[in-house]
Ligand binder design. Structure first.
Ligand SMILES: [Zn+2]
Length: 219
């Protein structure tokens, strides 16, 4: 009888691609077509969120001239908060991916920035579907749960900061389009828990047990 010597974390991934697996799909956010399409989707989502945010302000009769009447210093502070929060968001988003991967695998992470996206991956291993799913969707879950209540509060407290957070929320949801695509792939296309994913950051490789060449099949 074989004794499983793997730790809990090691059960979440493989160091080598096991025999009988074949690559089913490869996606690359640095690929021109993929990068452009997902950034266009992100911009469209941002536009929709901002239109909704402004409409909600108008509906609540909160779109007053207060913003235009603001002191120069107040607007400058708002700009600084906005740019700081935008950079902070990108860093924290990748960090949340990293925390999830690190917690579940304990393996070495990679972080980076390319023309089309910021990224975090765990490039030297093949993670099982559940681990990949949790790590990919962690930032979307965390920041949606943080930003939505904040938006509701700011709606009543400060229209200017409500619009700033609405913009960040739009960037967040739009920026997660790549992550949501991987979520779709893992929850619709690759439902088998034995599915493995290798995530280098910008690239994801999907592997499925090959039925024809399976080691379990008698030749
Ligand atoms: Zn992400």
């Amino acid at each position: 009888m074989e004794i499983n010597m793997k730790t809990t974390k090691q059960q979440n991934f493989e160091r080598e691609l096991p025999t009988g697996y074949k690559q089913a799909l490869y996606i690359n956010a640095k690929d021109a077509k993929f990068g452009i399409i997902f950034n266009l989707i992100a911009l469209a989502v941002l536009a929709v969120v901002m239109i909704l945010a402004v409409l909600l302000l108008r509906l609540g009769d909160k779109l007053s001239l207060d913003i235009l009447d603001m002191e120069y210093v107040q607007l400058l502070v708002a700009y600084a908060v906005f740019f700081g929060a935008m950079i902070g968001y990108v860093v924290l988003h990748e960090l949340v991916h990293g925390i999830a991967y690190k917690t579940l695998t304990g393996e070495k992470l990679t972080f980076g920035l390319s023309w089309s996206c910021a990224f975090c991956g765990v490039p030297h291993i093949y993670t099982y579907r559940r681990t990949a799913l949790i790590s990919v969707i962690a930032p979307f879950t965390v920041f949606t749960l943080l930003m939505l209540p904040l938006l509701v509060i700011l709606y009543f407290v400060s229209p200017l900061y409500y619009l700033i957070v609405a913009f960040l929320f739009g960037l967040h949801v739009g920026g997660c389009s790549g992550d949501l695509y991987v979520l779709y792939l893992l929850s619709v296309k690759f439902k088998d828990k034995k599915v493995l994913m290798r995530d280098t950051g910008p690239e994801q490789f999907f592997y499925v047990p090959d039925e024809k060449n399976s080691v379990f099949t008698d030749q």
